[in-house]
Write a protein that binds this ligand. Structure first.
Ligand SMILES: Cc1cc2nc3c(=O)[nH]c(=O)nc-3n(C[C@H](O)[C@H](O)[C@H](O)COP(=O)(O)OP(=O)(O)OC[C@H]3O[C@@H](n4cnc5c(N)ncnc54)[C@H](O)[C@@H]3O)c2cc1C
Length: 462
């Protein structure tokens, strides 16, 4: 019997923490998991899941319009934001229950409290003041929206957290940020009929994604009525006499809107966690520094998920948790594999992507073949909707390996999951060419682009 209260103490009941706690408890370890807010963490409570539900809700107006082209005449429509939020909350409650049940069934002790490290192997539960000890501590506390308190009027703004619980749908919103959360919410609000402006300081939205996806998505969003303002940033937000907000930008724009949403990055939840009491190293942003086995510089403390600022995605946090269990409790040292992570932006249309964007591939490889198709999806023929699907494959000419696949269009996220398997398996363009098409689909384009659209040699398009 160990001298500690627990074999493993997990701080944070989100994607990574819950998976690690459940697996360790299932192996017979004495596990406690502390959560200060709600089990399920960011993804389930105020991230991926509620976001996707709002995305679905926001797509209905286009479905109703498109139906006309197919002979359907949809009658009078009305939308209730409170009903949507209540339905969404019910589903989130259900999922939270499943997370708790999974932990209970595995035998983990659930602690509804903030936990802080107060000394070697020692933690305090803030709810009760109780102190406990653990042989190993796993920090999976995730992150939170950066509130930018230095910006005048930041306290008047909302973040993604509040966007899920607004009392009423605003008539107008300005969203500042150009990452996927800002872009997704701009599409959600616009789809629900909110006058939406997206303000981003960079030259194009979605830094880090392939440029053809970025520009084509921005154009599609503008066509739907979203005002996208690049090269600009909000400097000041003030309460106006009419109860609305007045947001002033660096370029001198003034936006009078009901809500201002800030989506300017996330900060790791490491403040007041007691890391300094045991000397856990963090970087300048406060993210916990770990080695390839998610070990911190303190030999019994581990960290994974968003708090380590490696790749901030739910499947990555879960994968890191599974690698931690293999390494620490199954005598099978396993390092997380962060290569070729397929991912999606749930914009409208969606982006699905895996592998390298063209500009990064061009730096890495001497010669690329680029296959690019832009076409009107079949559904848009009868509906008459003016939209385009874009598909792009990037191939290393030397060995014919497909090193990047990027899709903008309906269900691009679903396609990215499958094409991710092909890239992970090291498929070449020849493998794509000898794969029979599924007809009629949009994705058949991925296996029927026989000739390169252009080549890139030594970084230059030829
Ligand atoms: C709006 C939004 C949309 C997103 N959409 C997607 C998506 O579509 N796909 C995707 O893959 N990822 C998405 N993400 C990212 C995803 O949610 C995160 O990558 C994932 O949740 C990280 O898991 P984690 O376990 O590291 O942390 P989290 O899930 O954030 O869990 C950390 C938990 O720790 C708790 N906690 C913090 N400090 C303490 C403490 N001291 N004591 C006790 N508990 C504490 C927190 O309350 C939280 O519940 C989205 C994120 C946001 C914000």
């Amino acid at each position: 019997m160990s001298a500690y209260d627990f074999d493993l103490f997990v701080i944070g009941g989100g994607s990574g923490g819950v998976r690690a706690a459940r697996l360790a408890a299932g192996l017979g370890k004495r596990v406690a998991i502390a959560e200060e807010y709600r089990f399920g963490g960011t993804c389930v409570i105020r991230g991926c899941v509620p976001k996707k539900l709002l995305v679905y809700a926001s797509q209905y107006p286009e479905h109703f319009e498109d139906a006309e082209g197919y002979g359907w005449h949809v009658g009078e429509r009305s939308f209730s934001w409170p009903e949507l939020i209540a339905a969404k909350d019910k589903e989130i409650d259900r999922l939270e229950g499943l997370y708790r049940k999974g932990l209970e069934n595995a035998g983990a002790e659930i602690l509804e409290s903030r936990a802080e490290i107060i000394g070697p192997h020692r933690l305090r539960l803030n709810a009760s003041g109780q102190e406990v000890t653990a042989e190993k501590i796993l920090i999976a506390v995730g992150g939170a929206p950066n509130p930018h308190p230095e910006m005048p009027g930041s306290e008047l703004c909302i973040s993604s957290n509040e966007a899920f619980h607004l009392d009423e749908l605003p008539k107008s919103i300005a969203i500042t940020g150009g990452g996927y959360i800002a872009v997704e919410f701009a599409n959600i609000f616009n789809g629900l009929g909110v006058e939406t402006t997206l303000i981003y300081r960079g030259p194009e939205i979605l830094r880090g994604f392939d440029m053809d996806m970025r520009t084509n998505l921005r154009e599609a969003m503008e066509k739907k009525g979203i005002r996208v303002v690049c090269h600009d940033t909000i400097l000041d937000v003030a309460q106006a006499a009419d109860g609305r907000l007045k947001a002033e930008t660096r370029q001198g724009h003034v936006f009078n809107v009901d809500k201002v949403m800030m989506a300017l990055g996330r900060l790791p939840n490491t403040k007041s966690l007691g890391l300094e009491s045991v000397g856990v190293q963090t970087d300048a942003k406060g993210a916990i520094e770990v080695d390839q086995y998610s070990r911190t510089n303190v030999d019994y403390i581990y960290a994974l998920g968003d708090v380590t600022d490696r790749v901030q995605l739910t499947p990555v946090a879960i994968h890191e948790a599974m690698c931690f269990i293999e390494t620490e409790y199954k005598n099978n040292p396993t390092t997380p594999d962060h290569d070729l992570i397929a991912t999606a932006v749930f914009s409208q249309p969606e982006i699905g992507t895996v592998g390298l964007p063209e500009d990064v591939a061009a730096e890495r490889y001497t010669e690329l073949e680029v296959y690019l198709a832009k076409f009107r999806p079949m559904k848009a023929t009868l509906s008459g909707r003016d939209e385009r699907t874009v598909m792009k494959l990037i191939v290393n000419a030397a060995d014919r390996k497909v090193v990047g696949a990027h899709i903008l269009g309906h269900e691009a996220g679903e396609m990215a999951q499958l094409i991710g398997v092909a890239l992970k398996g090291g498929c070449t363009k020849d493998d794509f060419d000898r794969t029979m098409a599924v007809h009629p689909t949009a994705s058949e384009e991925l296996v029927t682009m026989y000739n390169p659209t252009y080549r890139v040699k030594n970084g230059e398009r030829v």
